[in-house]
Design a protein around this ligand. Sequence first.
Ligand code: GLN
Length: 559
Amino acid sequence: MTKYIFFTGGVVSSVGKGVTAAALGRLLKARGLSVGVQKLDPYINVDPGTMSPYQHGEVFVTEDGAETDLDLGHYERFIDINLNQVSNVTTGRVYAEVIGRERRGDYLGGTIQVIPHITDEIKRTIHLVAKTSQADVILIEVGGTVGDIESLPFMEALRQMRSDLGPENTLYVHVTFLPYIGASRELKTKPTQHSVRELRGIGIHPDVIIARADHDIPQEHINKIALFCDVPARAVIPAKTSDILYSIPLSLRETGLDDFVIERLGLNTVAKPDLLEWQAMIEEMRRPKPILKIGIVGKYVELQDAYMSVKEALYHAGTANHRQVEIVWIQSGDLEKGKSWELLEDVDGIIVPGGFGERGIEGKIMAARWAREKKIPYLGLCLGMQVMCIEFTRYVLGNDDVNSTEFHSQTEHPVISLMADQRDLADMGGTMRLGAYPCQLVPGTKAAKAYNKELVHERHRHRWEFNNNYREILAERGMVFSGLSPDGRLVEIAEIAGHPFMLGSQFHPEFKSRPNRPHPLFKAFVAAAVAHQETGSGEDTAVTPKTPGENGRSKVTSS
Ligand code: GLN
């Protein structure tokens, strides 16, 4: 019998409900259980793919091409599993499905209602996770906090799950927050009491309360929450904000949360979780290491959640290279205005991450040019690869009118152009090249050395691609096409010869990085940045000829 653990949030959002659930997932896996995951998001969008990163943060892409909430990234990284299309379900998706059935006449003239039709559809998707994953335990997280109008159908479906399956197969975990009042120097439990009352009002009685706080939580607070919320004291779990994200499974283990959950659900497991490797990893992360500054040049840098997986992949690769990566966030639009260059000058490696739309593009091209001329390690991720190709082509042709047709539809040299199967699409949502595709590596290249493999599978999310009309001329001038689709048609990885490390991938390697298994490209990039830090190599390289503009800082125009 599959066991279900439901996570709801109380008091405020953004207290790390997803991370907490993911950390419990890691603990259960360490006890020999298999774990499945689903995030239920109450917003009306069918998926987060069409939302601005400012609204939503990163869109995490799964192997099978689902555009999902960034919490799914935490689940993949903590539990080390690959999630899929059913792992993230929104109100929009539930309604789209039900309305689709209604239009087909499947309801035979019936009136369609929230209960039972919407709640039944929600429950169907929950059961689908159990069916597709065949896992022992399914973790289901509901986005937002209790009391949100739009989450009510989800809450009702969760409530019904207990009646359907029995208390021995279902567990409700409520993640709340204890605010700290500076004047009286104390944590407050009252908002938690209120939110539990609200939850009980909709028929859900929590079995576990996880109390998040930025300060130590005294035992008397635990007892108080237990008393007022009708939960045994051992099921009130103190969860103080942690300095190292990945240490949360270890701190939850200390509270005995996994023991309680296993007992309560009657799960058959080994007596103790096997966390030796995880502990060693945390020790390594904690060990003081020299700082390595890496610049991320993007346009959403004010909201770093937009680059969640890039950030994490960098930290993973940093640990593997015995460095503490310090990310320097650089707004690409600033570079265009002649600002923030001192930040760029100070880093030992540059990443241009993914992105959409024209704003800030020229700043990213300037950063790529800076990296190429100054021989600073550069890693381009999707758009970052396209930017690297635009910059190199401008240099090779000595012509500024080189661009992607995404930013300049009439450009003289569309070195990045729309994929054939994208040209006639009218819909924006879910229509990109999405999910994992094979990539054949060319022996002897930096990419092949980094992976030490011939064939890899990496996740994509883009509409534009490298234009093969430019392959020959760029190859002659030192661009190496080191990763191709197996039929040779699509450029998946490009690098620049004679540069310590300048590589861009049309896919997003960041999605597959794990704390204990850093992504090969990130690892190789950080290794090159360490070499740059140690030797300062390439620092005073003369500006290459044929480059538009006066020096590395001049504005490059696109038309
Ligand atoms: N905007 C570019 C494209 O659609 C890059 C997308 C990305 O960086 N994810 O091709």
